[in-house]
Write a protein that binds this ligand. Structure first.
Ligand code: ADP
Ligand code: MG
Length: 334
């Protein structure tokens, strides 16, 4: 997962002029990022809220233990080590994420692709660490041959994964945090919590409200000036996720490239767009769509979003001296 410590979106808790429900706000480093869980609402003591948050963090830790490519003992690392030679059985959680990734790969024409791992590693964004020189054409060409969902066989009934080419590897980093957020919300709900926010490095889900008269309000940062908020979005019982080029990137020959790679060219996306925010009914979808729309770019990305009901988005583009934001209808202020 991501190694950076920053939170992409900042959260405003505007409580003035309204009864305070007693907010408990906790942060932990999980999945390579800061995970923040806030619980609000009447009917629970601080102790009870804190205990529910603890269980939600444990659930995220469990997901990390299954899906992280940075953990050599995770289930996905086991798949990467052995699916070259035989089908590997995985858990319900892992197959659910792979199924969603497979669906999103299909509807995005392969812009989102979890077989991207050989390219992620080649460009120095993966668990094998940074690189000093730009990869050679030949290396990119060779890695590209291993990328594509056609290179893996998923048996949903048996819950097995088998690689059809030697050297294929999976990377769930573009979708796993979103799934972890959904799971944390499920845990909180099962504890009876009705008002909460979970934020895993900018992948956010909110249920209920922050206080009786205020919704959860998410601030979307200026991609180049962290302290500046360029938009706010009120969220209730839905998710928002942001992919940007500003948390993890490199420069090659003076060009800024992000850690998101175009599976069709084998090259990292350079700085257009600067960020993509996606609203969806669940955070796993929002997370994967944000990565996919980043790959598609502003024009194709907006066009694609406008065709998918239930998902809304905002794309921020850097112009010479300013930023321009493009929104689908459902993302516009009412
Ligand atoms: P972040 O982790 O910064 O929130 P994303 O959710 O967009 O960003 O995930 C980016 C990660 O997804 C990359 O670091 C890489 O591991 C992986 N990735 C890169 N390109 C793609 C792609 N085209 N499809 C799926 N996953 C990708
Ligand atoms: Mg993503």
């Amino acid at each position: 997962m991501r190694r950076h410590l920053f939170v992409i979106l900042s959260i405003f808790l505007l409580l003035s002029g309204c009864a305070n429900w007693g907010v408990v706000d906790k942060t932990r480093m999980l999945m390579g990022t800061q995970v923040q869980i806030i619980v609000s609402g009447s009917g629970f003591t601080r102790v009870a809220k804190t205990a529910a948050i603890g269980k939600a963090f444990e659930r995220i830790k469990e997901i990390e233990g299954l899906l992280s490519v940075y953990d050599a003992t995770s289930e996905i690392s086991k798949v990467n080590s052995f699916a070259d030679v035989r089908p590997i059985t995985v858990s319900d959680d892992t197959i659910r994420v792979i199924k969603k990734a497979d669906e999103i790969s299909k509807i995005t024409g392969g812009a989102f692709d979890i077989t991207i791992a050989p390219l992620v590693n080649l460009w120095g964004f993966g668990p094998r660490g940074v690189i000093l020189n730009k990869p050679k054409e030949r290396e990119i060409h060779n890695a590209l041959r291993l990328v594509g969902m056609r290179n893996i066989k998923i048996d949903y009934a048996r819950k097995t994964i088998r690689f059809l080419r030697s050297g294929v590897r999976l990377d769930l980093s573009g979708i796993a945090k979103g799934y972890a957020v959904d799971c944390a919300i499920e845990t909180l709900k099962s504890e009876g919590i009705k008002n909460a926010l979970v934020n895993a490095g900018g992948d956010i889900y909110c249920i209920g409200k922050v206080s009786p008269c205020r919704q959860w309000r998410i601030g979307i940062q200026n991609p180049r000036h962290k302290n500046e908020i360029i938009d706010t979005v009120d969220i209730e019982d839905s998710a928002i996720a942001t992919s940007g080029d500003y948390e993890r990137f490199s420069f090659y020959s003076g060009v800024r490239v992000s850690h998101i790679i175009d599976p069709r060219t084998g090259e990292p996306k350079s700085s257009v767009p600067a960020s993509v925010s996606i609203k969806a009914a669940d955070c796993m979808t929002a997370d994967a769509f944000a990565t996919a729309v980043f790959v598609l770019g502003p024009d194709k990305g907006l066009d694609f979003l406008s065709k998918v009901a239930s998902v809304e988005g905002m794309i921020i583009i850097e112009k010479k001296d300013r930023f321009e934001a493009y929104r689908t209808d459902g993302f516009k202020k009412k």
